[in-house]
Design a protein around this ligand. Structure first.
Ligand SMILES: *[C@@H]1O[C@H](CO)[C@@H](O)[C@H](O)[C@H]1NC(C)=O
Ligand SMILES: *[C@@H]1O[C@H](CO)[C@@H](O)[C@H](O)[C@H]1NC(C)=O
Ligand SMILES: *[C@@H]1O[C@H](CO)[C@@H](O)[C@H](O)[C@H]1NC(C)=O
Ligand SMILES: *[C@@H]1O[C@H](CO)[C@@H](O)[C@H](O)[C@H]1NC(C)=O
Length: 376
């Protein structure tokens, strides 16, 4: 009867027109405030990482076989001509800038009387993972890596590779220069290389202003074996970055990462991409809040006004763990006696459906008293 009254009262108070809001009380993510923007090292659909949909994604471009050549951030030979790093044994250096200009559609003619030699000196000894050459040859061109005190022959590239991109994977040594040697003149369309860090892809969300960042939620599954390493980074100026977490690129579901609370305007995910042809990485969603996360600051606690007896109910009918009714345990300290002192401060309850199949049904306690059990 009491329950019926309660349900009736509850139903009467509910306005019928209010729609259920499953996100009621959630804090709006910094990436959903309309002043933010997204950029990435390559690829398409980058704005999908802030579209509020965990199932839409940015996809990066590919570094290999040679799509990285126009990217100064990963191609360590990009623009080296303009730093005076290129040399040729002939007299004519016209158009030598075409060797490191980031496009295979411009070329430089290397020609000397006997032997044609082109060399590119690196800023400092560097481990190179990949050297990419595209050109047109009249005879074999030998590719060398010059290391301290030694010259490593890497590959002979012949006329059958004309106008194609040829990738060479040098040994794990610090290289000081790259040399191309041929008995005939040849054309270099582009010479590029990936260094020790290999191919890096980064997606960056600009929050539009400095914010207190303490929680970052990401759905960042990178693709099957697409990447060896994934880090979460924060920055206030986009120049100096702080790595705040290492993430598992194989995690399928979205994860929430607590980071030490700090001021940041830029949030970046940096993927170290495995060096395979046409390999790409993905990111699905990036959200951020302060240290209180999506739920906001905790509500301040206040003293409880109800007594312990009003709050706590104890199921005293069944002697849990003993396979007996508690009434059968009265002489046993594992039974009700164990809780006697505490129980006097609490209410005693058992489930309604132990007695009745429906709250409207009479449990017929008189029947129970007569040893025939309740209605249920
Ligand atoms: C070309 O080779 C010949 C014979 O090896 C040599 O006599 C000549 O000096 C070389 N010319 C140049 C420009 O190196
Ligand atoms: C390359 O060599 C360095 C030091 O010589 C070593 O630490 C590194 O593990 C090597 N890398 C690979 C891929 O073998
Ligand atoms: C140039 O010709 C000489 C003599 O035939 C040969 O030994 C050498 O390997 C050739 N060099 C290249 C780069 O093909
Ligand atoms: C993952 O990719 C790396 C680099 O491409 C490769 O060496 C490795 O064998 C791959 N692992 C698996 C399990 O496919």
């Amino acid at each position: 009867m009491k329950i019926r009254l309660l349900i009736a009262a509850f139903t009467a108070c509910l306005p019928t027109s209010i729609a259920w809001d499953p996100d009621a009380g959630l804090m709006v993510s910094y990436t959903k405030s309309a002043i933010e923007s997204v950029s990435s090292t390559s690829g398409s659909y980058m704005e999908r990482v802030i579209d509020g949909d965990d199932n839409t994604n940015w996809v990066s471009g590919s570094c290999l076989p040679n799509f990285y050549m126009n990217r100064p951030d990963v191609n360590v030979l990009f623009g080296k001509f303009h730093e005076g790093k290129c040399a040729v044994n002939g007299v004519d250096a016209l158009n030598m800038d075409h060797v490191t200009d980031g496009t295979p559609y411009t070329s430089f003619d290397v020609h000397s009387f006997n032997k044609s030699v082109f060399s590119l000196t690196l800023d400092s000894p560097t481990i190179l993972h990949v050297i990419s050459l595209s050109g047109k040859y009249n005879d074999d061109v030998h590719l060398y890596a010059v290391a301290s005190g030694s010259k490593h022959f890497l590959q002979a590239i012949g006329t059958s590779s004309n106008y194609q991109n040829v990738n060479t994977f040098p040994p794990n040594v610090s290289i000081t220069a790259i040399e191309l040697v041929s008995n005939s003149s040849f054309n270099i369309n582009e010479l590029s290389a990936l260094a020790e860090n290999g191919c890096i892809e980064r997606i960056t969300v600009d929050l539009g202003a400095n914010k207190h960042v303490g929680t970052v939620r990401t759905r960042h599954w990178a693709g099957t074996n697409s990447t060896s390493h994934l880090v979460l980074m924060l920055s206030t100026d986009r120049k100096s970055w702080k790595t705040v977490a290492e993430l598992d690129p194989n995690t399928l579901r979205a994860i929430t990462t607590s980071v030490s609370s700090q001021v940041a305007r830029y949030i970046a995910m940096e993927y170290t991409v495995n060096l395979r042809n046409y390999n790409k990485v993905y990111c699905y969603e990036i959200d951020a809040w302060d240290e209180h996360g999506a739920w906001g600051p905790p509500i301040a606690s206040k003293p409880q006004t109800k007594t312990f007896r009003e709050l706590l109910g104890v199921n005293g009918i069944w002697g849990w763990g003993t396979q007996k009714y508690s009434s059968q345990l009265t002489n046993d300290m594992s039974g009700p006696l164990l809780y006697n002192k505490l129980a006097s401060h609490a209410r005693n309850y058992h489930n309604l459906n132990w007695d009745v199949t429906d709250p409207d049904t009479d449990p017929e306690y008189s029947e129970m008293a007569a040893g025939r059990g309740t209605q249920a």
